[in-house]
Design a protein around this ligand. Structure first.
Ligand SMILES: [Fe+2]
Length: 379
């Protein structure tokens, strides 16, 4: 081993960790537990999992020797016959306690009611044949929250194979798939011909499903136009226009429910969801599934007017895309961000059938990362 010692030591040991001068001149500190646990030898190259168990160390890890050697920091450990060669690139990445870069952390682009002609569209056979198209599709779902898949096979299987390009079909308490058409004994407003106000799906679930697929199999009725709006666009404007109302809607949980003969689902959600940077990441809203608000009535003196101001804003035509889904199209969208609804239709004027299912947002991002890179194990 060729350890370079300079007059000014680049590495100095202290009680709980060591200081090292990085290639860019930064003085950085690393804790001994962190250095020992994340030794490259801790990870199995085949499974990519950590195979070192730090809980089994007999005493706290402590460096006996440490020095820079080319592109690595070499650490010899006290009381252990083990040497760590930690790449300096890894040290540089973790030196400041910043989160690991995530290729799926793409900035959201808010859109308005005139967005329909610009909605990203992907042909289903192209998606099946070309994984780079799947990456572009997911990118649209992360950035804009909505995309249309065209040329869908007219089959149940067509929806399944499309959803599985992104992730596993994620059941809700209604089951793995749902068919939106008029039902004789409806358990849900969706299964009638009535208008359906803008909403996100299944807010009564503790973790509502992330990505929704609606495959149009038939649409020959009069009426029944689709309505879609970007919750991020509306909530951002609401934040600027009504900061106090925004604060209430993004900090107070309200109850949602879904109840019928054999189920009684309940949850509490915030109407406006913020991400860890404090930016609007989406909405949870549904007039037909909002439970009776069980907040203190004095709180409602402020909450209700804000809730209504926001609800009115959501319906403003400048935010709402209004279009007709065509048979063979499948609209895909972020169920925590995009609100959707439909105009009433005449059930006797023809057929209207949308078959739907969901996948997870986290799994969608996982698929995207795998398509655009190889994470820490990229070679
Ligand atoms: Fe819905």
């Amino acid at each position: 081993m060729n350890i370079v010692h300079s007059a000014q030591p680049a590495v100095s040991l202290s009680e709980k960790g060591l200081h090292v001068v990085l290639a860019d001149g930064r003085q950085a500190y690393f804790n001994y537990y962190w250095l020992r646990d994340n030794c490259p030898s801790s990870f199995d190259p085949a499974t990519r999992e950590r195979v070192f168990d730090i809980f089994h160390l007999e005493r706290p890890p402590r460096a006996e020797t440490a020095a820079l050697d080319g592109d690595a920091l070499v650490v010899g450990w006290q009381g252990e016959n083990h040497v760590t060669r930690m790449p300096v690139t890894t040290l540089a990445l973790y030196a400041d306690g910043h989160r690991r870069p995530d290729p799926a952390d793409l900035p959201r682009r808010a859109w308005h009611g005139d967005h329909y002609r610009d909605v990203a569209r992907f042909s289903q056979p192209d998606l099946i044949a070309d994984r780079s198209k799947v990456a572009a599709w997911i990118e649209a779902l992360i950035v804009e929250g909505v995309a249309v898949v065209t040329d869908m096979p007219d089959s149940d299987q067509g929806l399944t194979e499309t959803a599985q390009l992104i992730g596993q079909v994620r059941p809700t308490f209604f089951g793995a798939y749902f068919d939106v058409r008029t039902h004789i004994k409806p358990t849900n407003l969706a299964y009638t011909a009535k208008a359906l106000e803008l909403h996100t799906d299944t807010p009564a679930e503790e973790a509502a499903p992330g990505v929704q697929f609606l495959h149009c199999r038939a649409n020959s009725v009069e009426g029944g136009g689709s309505l879609f709006a970007d919750g991020v666009a509306v909530a951002n404007d609401f934040r600027a226009a009504d900061p106090h109302g925004f604060h209430l809607l993004s900090s107070i949980d309200i109850p949602f429910y879904c109840e019928h003969d054999s189920y009684d689902m309940r949850s509490r959600q915030r109407v406006i969801e913020l991400d860890d940077k404090g930016e609007v990441s989406g909405l949870t809203i549904s007039q037909h599934m909002a439970d009776i608000f069980d907040l203190r009535q004095e709180v409602l003196d402020d909450y209700y007017p804000a809730f209504c101001r926001f609800g009115k804003m959501l319906q403003d035509p400048r935010y709402v895309m209004n279009f007709r889904l065509q048979p063979g199209e499948c609209i895909t969208f972020d169920n925590h961000r995009i609100v959707h609804g439909r105009a009433a239709y005449s059930a006797t004027s023809g057929d209207r059938h949308l078959r739907g299912c969901y996948t997870d947002r986290a799994e969608m991002r996982s698929t995207y990362r795998a398509l655009v890179g190889e994470g820490r194990f990229k070679t």
